[in-house]
Design a protein around this ligand. Sequence first.
Ligand SMILES: Nc1nc2c(c(=O)[nH]1)N[C@H]1C(S)=C(S)[C@@H](COP(=O)(O)O)O[C@H]1N2
Ligand SMILES: [Mo]
Length: 326
Amino acid sequence: MTPPGKPDAPVPSPSRSSQVQSRRDFLRQGGLATAGALVLGGGLELLTRQPGGTAEAASGTGSLPSRVYHGPYDTKEPMSKIADITGYNNYYEFGLDKSDPARNAGKLKTRPWTVQISGLVKKPQTVDIDTLQSWFPLEDRLYRMRCVEGWSLVIPWLGFPLAALLRRIEPTAGAKYIQFTSLADPAQMPGVRDPVLNWPYSEALRLDEAMNPLALMAVGLDGRILPNQNGAPLRLVVPWKYGFKNIKAITHIKLLAEQPKTTWSIAAPDEYGFYANVNPAVDHPRWSQATERRIGDLGRRPTLPFNGYGAQVAGLYKGMDLRRNF
Ligand SMILES: Nc1nc2c(c(=O)[nH]1)N[C@H]1C(S)=C(S)[C@@H](COP(=O)(O)O)O[C@H]1N2
Ligand SMILES: [Mo]
C-alpha cells in the first residue's frame, strides 16, 4: 500500500473540476446574493461572519484568490490557488492519485445527507446537514494544511468551530474522545471497492483537542459550498495536525471514553500515530519531515512545529513525549 507513503509526488497539472466551474457559473449568474451571504445548491441561505475581515463576492475572478482574511485565526501567508486546492487532493475513496478526487468526486450525492451523533452525549440525534450547519454562524478561516507526505497548501475554509457543535450536543462527563466516520459507499466511491484502507475512513481527537478554537468543521471553501473533492458536505479541519486527520464526508460523530483506533494508525501504526501533530523533529520512518513543498512553489520551506500553531495548541501536549505520541 502506498501514500500517504509516497512523499511529495510530482504535481499533476490540476484539472479543473467541472463541478466547481458550474458552481462559479451559477454564482456569476446571480446565485451569490451579497458579500456575507451564501446561497447553497439546496437553496439554503447561510449567513457568514467574517471576523474582522471583508469578504468580497467572488465573481469573474477565475481561480484568483478573491476573499480577504484578517481574522484572529488567519495566516498572513498568501492563499493557494483555488485550482490547486481543488485539483490536488488526497481522498482515497475516489482513487489514489492526486487528480482522482477532482475527476471522480463530482457525482457524489451530498444532499440529502444526515450526520448521526451518538455515544456519550446528552443529545444523541441524527441531524440533516442543512439543519446542522444552520445552528452556527459560519466563519472564514485561512489555514495552512500540511500533508504527512511533505506538501502543503493555504486553504480558505468556511465553517464553524467544532467546540460550538460539542457545546450543543453536550458530551457527558465520561466522554474523553470524539470519533468521526466518513461515508463509504462503493456505488458512489470507486476507491472503496479496493481494500487499500479499512473502510469506512475514521479519525478521532482527544476531547480537549476538539474543543480548541482552531478545530473547525468545514462546510465551505472560499466563501462557497465545499467542493466534493475537499470533503463535502462536512469535513474536519485541524490545522496543527497532518492532513490525514482532516476527515472528509463525515456521516457519524461519536463520543467515547476510550481512545479509538483510526484508519491510518491501523494501516501503518509505525508511520501514522493517533496524534499526528505536525512535527519537523520526528521523521516519518521513510522520509524527513523537516521541510515541505508549498504547492505552487518551486523550493521547499522549513516545516514548523504544530504547523505554526504552537502558540494555540502546544499546551494540549504539556508533559507528553511527542516522539512516542507521534
Ligand atoms: N475520508 C477521507 N478523508 C480524508 C482522506 C481520505 O483519503 N479519505 N485523505 C486525507 C489526507 S491524507 C489529506 S492530506 C487531506 C487532504 O485534504 P484536501 O484534499 O482537501 O487538501 O484529506 C484527508 N481526509
Ligand atoms: Mo495527507
